[in-house]
Ligand binder design. Structure first.
Ligand code: SF4
Ligand code: SF4
Length: 87
């Protein structure tokens, strides 16, 4: 599979990995990831649960993701997964 690649400031190639999913079982709704995303990709929402309505992070605007993975690095619950983009 060929994937999208970019260049860093020094001109070296790198492969961005874009946000793919947030595990609702791991997310505790702390909001750190939403604050750290500079692109407005993430939002908060209620997850319908049989026992409770729980606030959780959500992927609201995936098309804006630049693949920086800052959200995943700030998440203490390791709820994020990422993937490169096929071209
Ligand atoms: S940082 Fe992790 S635990 Fe906190 S809201 Fe985001 S996904 Fe959920
Ligand atoms: S990878 Fe970067 S741009 Fe994409 S959702 Fe996470 S923080 Fe936002």
């Amino acid at each position: 599979m060929q994937v999208y690649k970019g260049l860093n400031y020094g001109g070296s190639e790198w492969t961005p990995k874009f946000v793919a999913s947030i595990d609702p079982e791991k997310c505790i709704g702390c909001g750190r990831c939403v604050k750290v995303c500079s692109q407005g990709v993430l939002g908060f929402g209620y997850l319908d649960d049989e026992e409770e309505d729980r606030m959780r992070a959500s992927i609201a605007n995936k098309d804006k993701c630049i693949g920086c993975r800052a959200c995943g690095m700030t998440c203490v619950k390791k709820a994020y997964s990422f993937e490169p983009k096929a071209v």
